[in-house]
Design a protein around this ligand. Structure first.
Ligand SMILES: [Zn+2]
Length: 71
């Protein structure tokens, strides 16, 4: 399931894998590698680092991670 995809409004591609792990694919903070964590709060922190680096992250993606029910 994609939380957000690359688009003119998004420099990140975040997915929720079937095993419950969140992945930031082709991560610009990680040399185009993958950042993964099973902890939603950690992914929120990660996305905020993208914002701090000047990357575009849809606010809906952060809200979804911050407010969605426990997976
Ligand atoms: Zn990332």
């Amino acid at each position: 399931m994609a939380i957000c995809r690359f688009s003119p409004q998004s420099d990140v591609f975040v997915t929720l894998e079937e095993n419950g792990v969140l992945e930031c694919a082709a991560c610009r903070l990680n040399n185009r590698g993958v950042f993964s964590t099973p902890i939603r709060a950690e992914m929120v922190t990660h996305l905020k680092k993208h914002l701090a680096a000047g990357h575009k992250v849809p606010s809906e993606a952060i809200e979804e991670l911050a407010h969605a029910p426990k997976w």
